[in-house]
Design a protein around this ligand. Structure first.
Ligand code: GLN
Length: 197
């Protein structure tokens, strides 16, 4: 049976993730409502703007259902804004009343727009634990991870900063593999969903 992986489709680069997941061998569909979330085995939260996505998660009444699925162990992968949302704590979360809200998929503290204060966007090749050779990483107003809990595995760093992590069956990257032709991170996630990794 093929794995059904949803992509949160409220805002952000949904289409790139759908394409990447299909190329990685999953059955991929968009998630905009609770019934669509119920129908998937796993979820990708795309890059975009975490404050806007947080607002829309409330508007679409997805915030609590998503927190519940994550607490129940649903596999998930977040890139950039998705990494921010998967955290347990967000620093520089945004203007009052419009803050990015943590969903608590990974025990970590993430600083929003951390690299953005230094340089808006940049690219580079970084070592990524478990991949055969470096990954080309595209960072766009990217976060970094400032603290990880004891159960969190660091998968990649850019300089001194943690930029990819895994806790059990939840992955997050500060960069955007969906924007490159390299499908290895999505394949890794599909393997995690399938209990192969
Ligand atoms: N800075 C954005 C945020 O706070 C993330 C940027 C991205 O996803 N490329 O959500």
């Amino acid at each position: 049976m093929s794995l059904r992986v949803g992509v949160l489709a409220l805002q952000g680069d949904t289409r790139e993730h759908l394409a990447a997941l299909r190329e990685a061998g999953a059955e991929a569909s968009t998630v905009r409502r609770a019934s669509e979330l119920d129908a998937v085995d796993a979820l990708v939260i795309p890059g975009g703007e975490s404050t806007t996505m947080s607002h829309l998660l409330r508007e679409f009444e997805l915030l609590e259902p998503l927190r519940t699925r994550l607490a129940d162990g649903m596999p998930a992968y977040g890139s950039c804004a998705g990494m921010i949302l998967l955290a347990t704590e967000i620093l520089d979360a945004g203007a009052e009343g419009r803050e990015a809200v943590p969903l608590g998929g990974i025990d970590m503290t993430v600083r929003r727009n951390a690299f953005g204060r230094q340089v808006d966007s940049f690219e580079g090749d970084i070592d990524f634990h478990g991949l055969d050779g470096p990954a080309h990483a595209v960072f766009i107003r990217a976060p970094w991870v400032e603290r990880v809990g004891p159960d969190v595995q660091v998968l990649a760093r850019a300089g001194d900063h943690i930029v990819a992590v895994r806790q059990r069956r939840v992955l997050a990257t500060a960069f955007h593999p969906e924007m490159t032709g390299d499908r290895r991170v999505h394949k890794l996630f599909v393997d995690v969903v399938a209990h192969r990794a």
